[in-house]
Design a protein around this ligand. Structure first.
Ligand code: KG4
Ligand code: ZN
Length: 347
């Protein structure tokens, strides 16, 4: 029955999409009109439940989604002043992420799509992060360079059209957010690691020599495992020798070594492609040092920078609704066999 109707859904000019995101520790439900206008944006985070373990515990995350998702949806509808009948499509993150956590959102979205006989729209979490740029800048249109920096991905991407992208380079090992999280752990900082490192870095100086990766080489690729190991070694060596190493200086030195290169490569790519805009996305794009660094470098070459509000950099439902809208326009709907996937290729 539902299988037949997905071929016959009319694609409206103006569409209101509900975005459902449960790939990690945020249960997020948002409602967005035409992929740009946020009507409501609800995030219920289970981060405090994971903090005592120093990282996300998948089983705790799945259970937290199960208890939060209904409440998040009710609030999203109430904040927007809408009912389910007003929603034109249910967009959901099907991957990448924690499998059990993703399954909560996917099952929930399937149920809503089936009950209200509306399109079920599968969205890649990564493409969702990139689509947050369209909410940040309502007039943004491709082409532009997207600098994707999250806990799972690090890439410089040429966004050629709303649907066509070319990955110019990505990390060969750890993602930049993952490196922040690991360095935070070594420094004894609280989870989530990125914001903790950023706070501490503000009190330090970049005095510690760390390897500079791929400066002028490596194309647009990155590698964070060597940098992370160098930080771990510096901390352990100082401990063994009984030397006093300023944690703030370590945080500051790591932050600039990890982020300067991202800014440089994004600007280089923008010049190479003769584009006029760079847009930042993903959790690490919430980092003030990175935002300033990209802005000042880009400014020298008259390149415009789109900086999504910090809440749209980290995981949220608006980005899923924004990408969901693009997929809706293309009629890219799933049937009820849609499954969650821990890994999704960036394409
Ligand atoms: O995009 P995101 O919320 O989830 C993934 O898709 O991975 O990114 C989470 C990552 C974590 O590694 C977190 O430590 C990092 O983004 N992060 C930051 C900051 N805020 C979040 N890293 C550096 N500075 C920040 N202010
Ligand atoms: Zn994310």
């Amino acid at each position: 029955m539902y299988l037949d109707s997905i071929k016959n859904f009319t694609i409206k000019d103006d569409a209101i999409i509900m975005g459902i995101e449960t790939s990690c520790d945020e249960t997020a439900v948002s409602i967005v009109k035409n992929g740009r206008e946020v009507l409501s944006d609800v995030i219920i985070s289970s981060a405090t439940e994971h903090a005592k373990f120093g990282g996300v515990v998948p089983e705790i995350a799945s259970r937290a989604h199960t208890t939060a998702i209904y409440q998040a949806t009710e609030r999203a509808l109430k904040d927007a002043g809408l009912t389910f009948d007003d929603i034109d499509g249910f967009a959901v993150t099907y991957g990448a992420g924690l499998l059990g956590a993703l399954l909560v959102g996917v099952s929930y979205a399937k149920t809503l799509a089936y009950c209200f006989n509306k399109p079920l729209i599968p969205v890649s979490h990564i493409r969702g992060h990139m689509a947050a740029s369209y909410i940040a800048d309502k007039s943004l249109q491709p082409p532009f360079i997207s600098l994707l920096t999250s806990g799972g991905h690090t890439a410089v991407i040429a966004v050629k059209s709303y649907y066509e992208i070319e990955v110019l380079g990505s990390t060969l090992d750890d993602a930049v957010g993952e490196a922040f999280d690991k360095v935070a752990r070594v420094l004894g900082l609280s989870y989530p690691g990125g914001p903790s490192v950023e706070r501490l870095a503000k009190q330090g100086q970049p005095t510690i020599k760390l390897p500079k990766m791929f400066k002028g080489q490596g194309g647009y690729n990155f590698s964070y495992s060597g940098l992370k190991t160098a930080v771990i070694n510096a901390v352990h060596n100082a401990e063994q020798k009984g030397e006093d190493l300023s944690k703030a200086d370590v945080a500051c030195s790591f932050q600039s070594a990890a982020l300067d290169i991202l800014a440089q490569k994004a600007v280089e790519a923008c010049k190479q492609f003769k584009y006029d805009t760079i847009s930042l996305c993903g959790g690490v794009a919430a980092n003030g040092y990175l935002r300033d660094k990209v802005s000042s470098l880009a400014n020298k070459s008259n390149i415009k920078v789109v900086l999504p509000e910090k809440r749209y950099c980290t995981d949220n439902g608006c980005m899923i609704a924004a990408e969901g809208y693009l997929q809706y326009k293309k009629g890219n709907f799933a049937d009820l066999s849609l499954n969650a996937s821990a890994n999704v290729t960036l394409k």
